[in-house]
Design a protein around this ligand. Structure first.
Ligand code: 5CA
Length: 445
């Protein structure tokens, strides 16, 4: 992509309405535009990151055996009357009436709708286990939308729902989600800690939230700081192996880690004092096991292997896809701007031509752009007629992890410069070497 033809409306000034760094940087880097309180347009650069995050979420859900689909944003109120949540959900739910005077709502979550789909099409234990998910916009009329996409009213969520024959099978689905979420966040360059939490309007007693530690987080968290060092890494996981999956969950949930709502001061005292930490975190996901809370009132029943009709055991599992964009920036930035982890960056590399219009630098840039494209890597090429300082400032603000700089002096010696956004370290090398290095960094991502 040539920057001269792109739409990247960066702001020079700090927007006054932004209270936290991720909101400020998303506005400054031309990623989003607020259209109403808590409602945003995703401009091209922001949209690229959102799509990258969605892609990783899809890949890890499919790897865990979960099946993608898509449900609508608008839902009939009658479904929610069946579960009893139409009245319970309160003012956060946006209620709508259509021209036929039928009550609708803009979905804040989809337990009822998925249960309706299940009961219409599944009747036997032989069709279980089943986990369906989608990535769809939600609306919650939050009383205090703030911090940009972190607490929006309209926001993008991955929500998945498991259907199982009994509690044991449903807890395996819960564990599978925990492990797939850990892998998802790690691929985004994040450490998200599963913490015992409260279930709120979704219901059930068994629930964990995933928290990214950040001073600007909205949740109070109490934890043994050794949990921060746990990593899934590249270990192979057999999602059908119940014991192995449960083992990973145990590894990640044994050290003390709780949100304020479930904090147990007495138990916390047993953590060695040097490791006892109180802080704040951003909730980027939550998993629930709620047994038959929806299947019973809504008649989602299957025949078991003894010929008996039993309500299915269910859980639901959510990832805050749009919130993650903000959370990643909170965790990865400096005073000059965003620093994208390679896994989610909008472009893998930025290319800066220091002398636009110079035959040699123009040709070298075009060649680098082409060579990277041949490896499936799209470059953001700053081909504008601007000062070097302005080009570097834009690249630093938008946070591409790698920058290739092409100038007439270096090029005369056959060299370009490869710079890491994270460390600032710059290295001279031939254009071919730079292309090979970038190719190797992104291979397998
Ligand atoms: N049905 C369940 C699981 S699918 C559910 O709705 N869970 S939730 O309420 O915890 O939401 C899932 C995730 O969506 C949260 O962990 C959070 O990351 C994100 N989320 C919730 N509310 C907002 C909001 N107002 N703005 C941005 N993201 C949000």
């Amino acid at each position: 992509m040539r920057l001269s033809r792109y739409f990247l409306p960066v702001l020079r000034e700090n927007p006054s309405e932004a209270q936290i760094v991720s909101h400020r940087l998303m506005l400054r880097a031309g990623m989003i535009r607020q259209q109403a309180a808590g409602i945003y347009s995703w401009l091209p650069l922001g949209y690229r990151v959102l799509r990258r995050i969605e892609e990783i979420v899809h890949q890890e859900q499919v790897r865990a055996g979960h099946i993608p689909m898509l449900m609508p944003t608008l839902q009939p109120a009658d479904l929610w009357r069946e579960s009893g949540r139409y009245d319970d959900y309160g003012e956060e739910m946006l209620r709508i009436r259509d021209r036929q005077k039928r009550d609708l709502l803009y979905g804040p979550t989809n337990e009822e709708m998925i249960t309706d789909i299940f009961r219409a099409h599944v009747g036997s234990y032989r069709d279980l286990p089943l986990t369906l998910y989608h990535i769809q916009w939600k609306f919650r009329d939050e009383i205090r939308p703030r911090f940009g996409v972190m607490r929006g009213r309209e926001f993008l969520m991955k929500d998945g729902y498991n259907f199982d024959i009994d509690k044991e099978a449903s807890l395996h689905a819960y564990n599978r989600h925990m492990v797939s979420y850990l892998r998802t966040y790690e691929r985004m360059g994040l450490t998200a800690i599963p913490m015992r939490a409260a279930s709120g309007p979704i219901g059930g007693d068994n629930t964990h939230e995933f928290l990214v530690l950040a001073a600007t987080g909205e949740s109070e968290v109490y934890y043994d700081d050794r949990v921060q060092d746990l990593r899934l890494g590249s270990r192979a996981i057999d999602y059908d192996d119940r014991a192995a999956v449960a083992g990973v969950c145990e590894e990640f949930t044994t050290l003390y880690a709780r949100t304020g709502e479930t904090h147990d001061a007495g138990l916390f005292e047993t953590v060695p004092e040097a490791h006892r930490k109180v802080g704040r975190g951003i909730e980027v996901g939550q998993i629930f096991y709620f047994s038959t809370k929806y299947s019973e009132p809504m008649g989602a029943v299957v025949v078991n292997d003894k010929g008996e009709r039993v309500p299915v055991h269910m859980g639901s599992h959510g990832i805050g896809v749009s919130r993650l964009v903000g959370a990643i920036i909170e965790a990865s930035h400096d005073e000059r701007g965003i620093i994208w982890p390679e896994g989610v960056t909008p472009f893998p590399v930025g290319l800066v031509n220091l002398k636009q219009g110079d035959g040699a630098t123009d040709a070298a840039c075009a060649a680098i752009e082409g060579a990277l494209a041949a490896k499936g890597l799209e470059v953001l090429y700053d081909d504008r007629d601007e000062r070097a300082g302005a080009k570097f400032a834009t690249m630093d603000l938008i946070g591409l992890p790698w920058r290739i700089t092409v100038g007439p002096r270096g090029l005369a010696a056959g060299k370009v410069e490869l710079t890491s956004r994270r460390t600032g370290a710059a290295e001279e090398m031939t254009p071919e070497e730079a292309v090979a290095r970038i190719g190797a960094i992104y291979a397998g991502l």
